[in-house]
Design a protein around this ligand. Sequence first.
Ligand code: NAD
Ligand code: TYD
Length: 339
Amino acid sequence: MKVLITGGAGFIGSNFIYYMQEKYPDYYIVCLDALTYAGNFETLEHAMKKSNFRFVKGNIADRESVFKLFEEEGFNIVINFAAESHVDRSIKDPEIFLKANVLGTQVLLDAAKEYGVDRFHQVSTDEVYGELPIDRPDLFFTEDTPLQCSSPYSASKASADLLTFSYYKTYKLPISISRCSNNYGPYHFPEKLIPLMITRALYEQPLPVYGDGNNVRDWLYVEDHCRAIDLIIHKGRVGEVYNVGGHNEKTNLEVVKLILKELNKPESLINFVADRPGHDLRYAIDPSKIQLELGWQPETLFSEGISKTIRWYLDNSKWWKSIVNGEYRQYYERMYKEK
Ligand code: NAD
Ligand code: TYD
């Protein structure tokens, strides 16, 4: 089996590569990644040791090189993780999100159509559904919830989903789409809530909580997401969307306080800052479809997953210190100066 994993030098893609190498040691895996600020070649250090793994540095929107790669390799399965993924960056500069997330996906779809694949899987997000009210805990996102995007990031992901589905209807490309809730775990870039708070708390720096900290996210340990994608690409129905989430809703303030407690740091580090424009109030997934059809269940409890994640950041400080002390430092100062 020949598998293309795009965006595999990022957070979820790299965890998926390690998951696949462990579960399917005979699969030949190619990772295509542009190594943007979010991609880190060091993350794939252990994957590179396997002879049936190939890393290709390249942009998914670069038609010529993508077509050449598909021609050379003849992939059975393509899983598209590659994307610009940070909402705050999309608010500052939407264009790169459209180029990578929409036009990049279109190039991959064209290549898959041209050379043929057994499955093209698009890794999407629950953010395409917009927000749910905080005072209606009975409401959840289902696969039929209308798309209603709040940020340029989510609009670009929704566009890619629509494009992916259109290649199924028009060209009979065997596609599937997953829409997962917020992930956390190892190799998470420290601009996102959980790794940002862990790494800043370790330095006893102020922790910037947007607005009143009461926005709700539905957190899932990254390995549970990897298992869901594995099930979908092997057993899921073609042309279908699967929501992935573990009924683990937490306010941002609850998450931050838990991290501080685990690290034995004072709550006085919490610093309420200006809210994110268009900040979605609540995300919450109804995962019944993937549970009933594919038997998927989350396996890692939040209390266990957050401890494992904190342990990973403590044990791998070289990985994140080179990020937070590098170019990212200017990003942080620029981004949070106005808050
Ligand atoms: P990430 O930002 O950590 O990694 C993205 C990777 O894609 C990086 O390695 C980057 O170099 C690469 N990349 C970006 N643009 C590229 C391009 N044009 N060509 C090739 N490579 C490119 O993101 P992540 O958190 O790992 O998210 C992966 C995917 O999962 C994204 O599609 C995202 O929308 C989706 N998703 C993320 C979450 C989450 O909680 N992080 C939840 C649901 C879905
Ligand atoms: P984030 O990790 O950026 O994921 P997403 O916006 O895709 O859900 O943010 C998670 C939540 O944490 C979101 O409600 C915004 C909030 N947040 C803060 O309060 N402070 C921060 O510095 C960041 C990055 C996020």
